[in-house]
Design a protein around this ligand. Structure first.
Ligand code: GAR
Length: 200
């Protein structure tokens, strides 16, 4: 099975979906480690609950961003991942990290990219007044949420939505999309031509 290292900063419900999927031995990937940038990320407890090793690499422990990036990349590399999955990881990975795992980093984002990149995809889409938003699973390049798109799913915005209610509906769809996409990548890999990604 393909080896996944999953990076989280928060609740880790997307991580949980991967952990649950991987309990089926026919699922083509397994979570071999979970890393976080903050020690209190609940995702770390989910990992521990599934007997998956964890690591924390906090920016405050390093002199600068480059040093933190290298330390994070070393911690990830120690688990020999085939794929690195950012599942609610709220920091931008430095160029050195992206180059080290080039073409093998996946991110999930709670908006239909290229609209509403960044840390507040749900809030920004609501503030804009869109009637349809959703989620995007994409490969990570050196930009912020700019990498080639692997999969998207749409979610309708309701008149009475607030940010938490909309985000919760997006996450329900997002978990399924992430699991499906990671399974396809793990089983078949992908070919990138310019911006277009094909999973054979
Ligand atoms: C997810 O909706 C993910 O797309 C988003 O954080 C949430 C994490 O939920 N990520 C970003 O906004 C990245 N810019 P989870 O911790 O329950 O998986």
């Amino acid at each position: 099975r393909a080896r996944l290292v999953v990076l989280v900063s928060g609740s880790g419900s997307n991580l949980q979906a991967l952990l649950d999927a991987a309990t089926d031995p026919r699922f083509p990937a397994e979570v071999v480690a979970v890393g976080a940038d903050v020690p209190d990320a609940y995702g770390l407890e989910r990992a521990a609950g599934a007997d998956v090793p964890t690591f924390v690499v906090e920016p405050s422990a390093y002199a600068d961003r480059a040093a933190w990036t290298d330390a994070l990349a070393d911690a990830v590399a120690a688990h020999e991942p085939d794929w690195v999955v950012c599942a609610g990881f709220m920091r931008i990975l430095g160029a050195a990290f992206v180059q080290r795992f080039a073409g093998r980093i996946v991110n999930t984002h709670p908006a239909l990219l290229p609209s509403f990149p960044g840390a507040h995809g749900v809030r920004d889409a609501m503030a804009y007044g869109v009637k349809v938003t959703g989620c995007t699973v994409h490969l990570v390049d050196e930009g912020v949420d700019t990498g080639p798109i692997l999969a998207q799913a749409s979610v309708a915005v309701r008149a009475d939505d607030d940010e938490p209610s909309l985000h919760e509906r997006i996450k329900t769809v997002e978990r399924e999309l992430l699991v499906e996409t990671v399974a396809a990548l793990a089983a078949h890999g992908c070919t990138v031509t310019g911006r277009k990604v094909t999973i054979p």
